[in-house]
Design a protein around this ligand. Structure first.
Ligand code: CTP
Ligand code: MG
Length: 381
């Protein structure tokens, strides 16, 4: 409640994120372990002034979005609504839903699901002004010089005359609904809610946004991130199997048992990379109940892991792995293992370090019952 009035937030997250071009729409990419969308919702969820939240998701992403909201423990989310072709269609759908399930709402704040760094302060600025004047948008001053361009010329303009528009944008509900109705009647399409209200004759107050409140639009907008992960794997040694480590077929009397080629080194490396990216583990990605993975070269699986990393815009920083095996001697093969792993990951060999140790005859590795491997990986964006 804000001054005794009910307030709803609409989070528009039904876009395809074409300018970013990630496999997963940008609102579902993770920043520091939490999705962009979840971060965008959370600040609203945590404010006493906000009573209800309506999230708009692409029609093919409704379940995905509902799961995310359940995992996030968001208790104010009243509904996940299917979006439309444009942002305006998406917001319109949410407004209709809101009007039918929560008719008592008096103020509405509309926020992009792709603005994860929104602060309580900016939300409060918008809400207070919307409550007093009817319509308010968060804006920031232009930092660069501004030019007006046309096909064949350009002219400098005074940047003091312009501001850059953010969300949230806040409105008295009746004003907003009337404006959306009018826009549809007139086939008017605006890129934000303020332009729609303005089209209906409303005037818009500008309040302070902040520079942190960026919209994730292109790849450069994703913040720099460094992450690490660890991996550990063990396979049993048995007769009648090849010993494949780091993709190298090492001549020896025993080999490792497993569903794939049982390359314990590559498995540990994959788990370290997946762990770093928060993408689960190899068991989740390549279940050993799946016949596709029977006898498969683990280097091919590593290549697939590398593609998953790329889709989330991560690159491999470095990998450091230790093989624990009593015998055979690994030293003659280490270089080739590094080459293979680097090749599957599409990185320079200098980023891959592999070491081997015996365990002094101790434990299952010492008794040559199995081989263990641990790995640490760093990734960055
Ligand atoms: N949005 C929406 N419904 C649409 C289009 C956009 O809810 N049909 C949302 C987006 O999910 C985003 C916000 O509106 O949170 C701002 O839009 P934009 O940055 O343009 O996101 P996308 O449309 O997803 O990106 P792009 O234009 O690059 O495809
Ligand atoms: Mg768009």
């Amino acid at each position: 409640m804000f001054e005794g009035r009910r307030v709803a937030a609409i989070i528009a997250a039904a876009g395809k994120g074409e300018r970013l071009g990630s496999a997963l729409p940008k609102q579902y990419l993770k920043i520091g372990g939490e999705t962009v969308l979840s971060r965008s919702i959370r600040t609203f969820e945590e404010m006493d002034a906000i009573d209800y939240i309506f999230v708009v998701a692409g029609k093919d992403w409704l379940q995905y979005c509902r799961d995310l909201i359940e995992d996030g423990g968001f208790t104010k989310v009243e509904a996940v609504v299917a979006g439309g072709e444009t942002r305006q269609d998406s917001v319109f759908n949410a407004l209709q839903k809101m009007n039918s399930v929560k008719p008592g709402v008096e103020y509405v704040l509309i926020h992009d699901g792709a603005r994860p760094f929104i602060s309580e302060e900016v939300i409060s600025n918008v809400l207070s002004e919307a409550a007093s004047s009817g319509a308010a948008v968060a804006c920031v001053a232009m930092k660069n010089s501004v030019r007006k361009v046309s096909d064949d010329s350009s002219e400098s303009v005074d940047r003091e005359d312009y501001v850059s528009v953010q969300t949230p944008q806040g409105f008295r509900k009746s004003m907003l609904i009337d404006a959306y109705d009018k826009a549809f009647d007139d086939s008017f399409y605006g890129t934000d809610d303020a332009s729609i209200v303005e089209h209906a004759g409303g005037s818009i107050a500008v309040v302070d946004g902040d520079y942190q409140n960026i919209k994730i639009t292109t790849r450069e907008d994703l913040p720099m991130e460094n992450r690490v992960g660890t991996g550990f794997d063990v396979h049993r040694l048995t007769e009648g199997r090849a010993l494949i480590l780091g993709g190298v077929d090492i001549p020896w009397e025993k080999g490792l048992d497993g569903h794939s080629d049982a390359d314990v080194l590559v498995h540990a490396v994959m788990d370290a990379l997946l762990g770093a990216a928060g993408l689960g583990d190899i068991g989740k990605l390549f279940p050993d109940t799946d016949p596709r993975y029977e006898g498969i070269s683990s280097l091919l699986l590593l290549q697939e892991v590398s593609e998953h990393l790329e889709e989330a815009f991560y690159r491999v920083g470095n990998v450091d792995a230790t093989i624990m095996a009593q015998s055979p001697r690994m030293a003659p093969h280490i270089d080739e293992m590094r080459e293979n792993i680097a090749g599957s990951l599409g990185v320079d060999k200098s980023r891959i370090s592999i070491k081997a140790t015996t365990t002094e005859g101790l434990g299952f590795t010492g008794r040559e019952e199995g081989i263990a491997c641990e790995a640490v990986a760093s990734i960055y964006r």
